[in-house]
Design a protein around this ligand. Sequence first.
Ligand code: FEO
Length: 162
Amino acid sequence: MEKNLQKAMNEQIRNELYSAYLYLSMSVFFEEKNLPGMAKWMRIQAKEEVGHAMRFFDFMVDVGAKIELLEIDKPPADFTSATDIFEKTLEHEKKVTAMINKLVDLAQKANDNPAMVMLQWFVNEQVEEEKNATLILETLKMVKEQPSATVMLDRELGKREE
Ligand code: FEO
């Protein structure tokens, strides 16, 4: 694998694992606020992110690229509300989308067809990720986190399946 692409994929394994850590931190906030549905939603989100990291990991194994596991930063824990959390979720996913686009760019420059095909899955996934976070955020803004509406949304998000 071309060196720049390999470096960026190793960084992306780290970034996806950081995402898992970030969402796990958000789930702690919801557990503490007695919003178990949102906590579960974030827990599942964290698991998905580990799955994303493993997609990169497995692809690199398959093509014989050199895997290097990098240090993962401590995630923030200073959240103030559900709205704050979903604003940060959307913001984070937009950053991830930019990272995926950069990877696509590098794969194209390297003429790496297998990487381009593999990355297409992530291009689609990021559309979903941003859509989901936007929908929840807009709902929270609409109901202004009134207790009864927040409890209903919590129940709804708790229906998320793995
Ligand atoms: Fe792995 Fe939420 O993007």
